[in-house]
Design a protein. Structure first.
Ligand code: G
Ligand code: G
Ligand code: NA
Ligand code: MN
Length: 254
């Protein structure tokens, strides 16, 4: 409870910041997207990682407010980058189950898009498989509304939750993110290799782009590229970067 109060106060006082992890095209190496990842600058010397606060925030409605802040912040940042003439790439924002079940999400997005005037496709919502399946029929309705706004939709952590292929077919998605648990032992575990290969084929068959998360080695990268994976995200290419560093990357326009 003390932590929850500190988080609320931190949100009011502007202590949250976003880091951005770049995503690169496997074919030509170009920057094609980023994932926004939240950090809590609790004191000037203490930067708290999501492991230290997301779970607590998710136990209450605090995650709804934090999540709304992240969506508005990314929209505002995209507008800044556009005004400065930087290259524009979609930014993925993680959305928790509680946010999806909250009626305000569509309105938060509509406002953020309206206030900034950014192309909606520059926002991409990342929803985990588990969230999507919590109340799949309700989530389909939500995703259709989001889709109508023009924002992008990714399934995050694919393969770690319970999914139903019947639902996957009905969700209006753009992208599937292979969880790093499968990427990790790709080069040595033939079962993980088979799962990843099949996931890429499945996603492409459904018309979705595939992002591999947690790519850390050249061997993993080579395997993924050879099997047609579209996009790479992981420490091999870049860690999550603070705003100034990622802005320099967009300036270079690569
Ligand atoms: O940044 P890091 O790699 O430590 O992130 C750890 C976890 O925290 C990830 O699973 C990520 O989904 C979650 N996370 C990071 N930022 C956000 C956010 O803005 N909203 C939500 N709901 N989860 C986030
Ligand atoms: O759960 P989610 O898919 O949102 O995960 C994002 C998390 O993955 C962030 O905490 C990010 O820091 C982490 N991450 C990104 N790239 C790598 C990587 O190459 N290796 C590992 N171990 N974690 C990574
Ligand atoms: Na994510
Ligand atoms: Mn993930």
């Amino acid at each position: 409870l003390a932590l929850e109060m500190a988080l609320r106060q931190g949100l009011r006082e502007g202590q949250f910041v976003l880091y951005y992890q770049p995503q690169f095209d496997f074919q030509d190496g170009r920057l094609v997207g980023m994932e926004a990842l939240m950090r809590w600058q609790r004191t000037p010397a203490q930067l708290v990682q999501p492991g230290g606060f997301i779970e607590v925030a998710e136990e209450s409605d605090l995650i709804v407010d934090l999540g709304a802040w992240a969506l508005r912040e990314v929209a505002r940042q995209q507008a800044d980058w556009l005004r400065a003439g930087h290259r524009a790439v979609p930014v993925g924002v993680n959305v928790s189950a509680r946010q999806c079940l909250n009626r305000d999400l569509v309105q938060v997005l509509r406002l953020a898009l309206g206030e900034t005037g950014i192309p909606p496709a520059l926002l991409r919502l990342e929803i985990t498989e588990t969230t999507a399946m919590t109340d799949a029929d309700q989530v389909i309705g939500l995703l259709c509304e989001l889709r109508a706004l023009g924002v992008g939709l990714s399934v995050d952590d694919f393969g770690t939750g319970y999914s139903s292929l019947a639902y996957l077919k009905r969700f209006p998605l753009d992208e599937l993110k292979i969880d790093r648990a499968f990427v990790q032992d790709l080069a040595t575990d033939s079962h993980d290799a088979a799962i990843v290969r099949a996931t890429i084929v499945l996603a492409h068959g459904l018309g979705l782009k595939v992002v591999a998360e947690g790519v850390e080695t050249e061997a993993q990268s080579r395997f993924l590229a050879e099997h047609g994976c579209d996009t790479a995200q992981g420490f091999l290419f870049s860690r999550p970067l603070p705003l100034a560093a990622v802005t320099r990357l967009l300036q270079r326009g690569e």
